[in-house]
Write a protein that binds this ligand. Structure first.
Ligand SMILES: *[C@@H]1O[C@H](CO)[C@@H](O)[C@H](O)[C@H]1NC(C)=O
Ligand SMILES: *[C@@H]1O[C@H](CO)[C@@H](O)[C@H](O)[C@H]1NC(C)=O
Ligand SMILES: *[C@@H]1O[C@H](CO)[C@@H](O)[C@H](O)[C@H]1NC(C)=O
Ligand SMILES: *[C@@H]1O[C@H](CO)[C@@H](O)[C@H](O)[C@H]1NC(C)=O
Ligand SMILES: *[C@@H]1O[C@H](CO)[C@@H](O)[C@H](O)[C@H]1NC(C)=O
Ligand SMILES: *[C@@H]1O[C@H](CO)[C@@H](O)[C@H](O)[C@H]1NC(C)=O
Ligand SMILES: *[C@@H]1O[C@H](CO)[C@@H](O)[C@H](O)[C@H]1NC(C)=O
Length: 437
């Protein structure tokens, strides 16, 4: 793209301009928090959750699939990337270092990283670049003016890894546990706490929300006040693509047991812990549309669910394995079925999965338990497997359907997850006002 001398000058020039120019100084207004919309897209075979940022010079809207466990932002640079402010990251620079281990292009001297489409599982290697992005600020209840981050770092993807994303989507917004992820670059640029929150809407007719920074998060009321907390765990092994020896960018929590209604489900507890190879445990994923359970866990939960509900099952509809006729009654919280309770660090901290999150209406007369058995249909499971077996790398993947209309706050400073089911507070993710203040 350019010689390294030129780029160094350009970076330096940018800093100079940013601090001195009065017109830019005017926009040095420091937001306390930022906000992005979160759309549910149902145009592909399985739902994806999208956001939109503004990037490049001149600024243009870029649609992205949201990946909670993704290591960084990646966008397709191979087709249609045009910007006068894109700058490659030179090998050995602090920009490269933010990504942890990187490779170095022999001739280009641009650093790069493996980059994955976590929806399709396809990976390539991409150069690291920086460019300006703009994101709306918020006071917690309405979206305000857009603020710019002049040198936001991202990885260049290609046409090959863009495949499988909905039409018009150019990459993925990685919100994972790395210094280069979207939340961490934004909080370090604007100096706000390393926290972000997501709220996935349950339908393509509504818009959910991502908040970067601390609350309030006002969805009719300040829902940040209703959070229950559990520690976030670090999986020491990156089980997606990356370099050997680096930790996973995904968010893990410590599920110690599962109850269905008031009944304890008997599980092999060694599956619930992350071992030294990074295998086992429970993670949260926005790219898996439904939760995926290791086979013995799936069978135990399904059996307890069927027994507690006391309703005859019908022939299941893929990718699900436990289905009923739609004779179960409905309430405001969805189908009236036993609550599935994920027991966290002690008996008091429980993540309750109510009917609206546990069940999926598949046809007009069949409703299914919205969990996928990793063993029965590995391709539908969309998860990695331990070589030579049907055991998934991660025993429990809490998928997007189970996250909808829950506010989830990821507090990376305190390494904890806050969660709150908004149904229980008579609100939902679509109640944020995106109209400008
Ligand atoms: C890129 O943008 C420049 C300036 O706006 C324009 O002159 C040029 O034609 C664009 N190139 C492409 C390939 O769109
Ligand atoms: C992220 O940055 C912090 C502070 O600079 C550093 O201590 C930490 O090792 C970095 N983390 C990774 C995964 O590189
Ligand atoms: C990006 O997403 C928005 C909202 O779904 C949509 O209106 C717009 O057309 C999309 N842009 C492109 C280029 O596909
Ligand atoms: C379920 O397990 C918990 C803790 O192990 C115990 O306190 C509780 O009594 C059990 N409930 C039933 C119905 O067995
Ligand atoms: C529990 O799971 C582990 C890991 O898959 C397995 O090695 C072990 O045999 C299982 N224990 C029982 C009692 O099934
Ligand atoms: C939200 O729901 C919880 C549990 O039902 C309740 O304790 C809390 O007061 C509610 N908060 C608001 C703001 O409605
Ligand atoms: C945010 O700003 C809007 C418009 O100025 C105001 O109505 C609202 O009360 C403010 N919310 C908070 C939480 O400060």
């Amino acid at each position: 793209m350019a010689t390294s001398k030129y780029c160094f000058f350009k970076i330096f020039f940018f800093f100079f301009f940013f601090f001195i120019s009065p017109s830019i100084a005017h926009s040095s207004f420091t937001p306390k928090a930022l906000v992005l919309p979160l759309y549910k897209d149902v145009s592909t075979s399985l739902p994806q959750y999208l956001t939109q940022i503004h990037q490049r010079t001149p600024l243009r809207a870029v649609n992205l699939t949201v990946d909670l466990g993704g290591a960084a932002l990646w966008v397709n640079c191979e087709a249609g990337y045009n910007s006068s402010t894109a700058v490659p990251a030179r090998c050995g620079s602090r920009q490269c270092a933010l990504f942890g281990p990187t490779g170095c292009g022999e001739e280009s001297r641009i650093c790069g990283r493996p980059v994955s489409n976590t929806v399709t599982g396809v990976s390539t290697f991409g150069d690291i670049y920086s460019d300006v992005i703009a994101v709306a600020s918020t006071n917690g209840s309405v979206a305000g003016r857009r603020v710019k981050v002049p040198e936001f770092l991202f990885i260049c993807g290609s046409n090959v890894i863009q495949q499988g994303l909905p039409s018009g989507v150019k990459g993925m917004a990685g919100l994972g546990r790395t210094n280069a992820s979207l939340p961490l670059q934004l909080s370090s640029h604007f100096n706000f706490p390393p926290k972000f929150a997501v709220c996935l809407a349950s339908s393509s007719f509504f818009t959910g929300v991502i908040f970067f920074g601390d609350g309030p998060y006002v969805l009719t009321t300040d829902v940040s006040q209703t959070l229950t907390f559990t520690p976030l765990l670090v999986n020491p092994v990156n089980t997606v693509t990356g370099f050997q020896g680096e930790p996973s960018a995904e968010y893990f929590i410590g599920v110690t047991g599962i109850r269905v209604g008031e009944n304890n489900v008997t599980l092999n507890s060694s599956l619930l812990v992350i071992d030294e190879n990074g295998i086992g445990g429970t993670k949260i994923s926005s790219v898996n549309p439904y939760s995926v359970l290791e086979s013995t866990i799936y069978k135990a939960v399904s059996e307890a669910f069927v027994n507690t509900l006391g309703v005859q099952t019908v022939t299941p509809i893929e990718p699900f394995g436990t289905c009923f006729r739609t004779q179960v009654s409905f309430s405001q919280m969805g189908p009236s079925v036993p609550t599935i309770r994920l027991v966290l660090q002690n008996e008091e901290v429980v993540w309750n999965i109510i009917g609206a999150n546990s069940m999926v209406q598949v046809t007009s007369d069949v409703i299914c338990l919205g969990f996928v058995d990793a063993g029965s249909n590995p391709s539908a499971a969309q998860v990695g497997f331990v070589p030579g077996g049907s055991r998934p790398v991660t025993s429990i993947t809490i998928g997007a359907h189970q996250l909808e209309n829950n506010l989830l706050q990821f507090d990376l400073g305190a390494s904890r997850l806050g969660f709150s089911s908004l149904f229980l507070n008579h609100t939902n993710c679509a109640n944020f006002r995106f109209s400008s203040a």
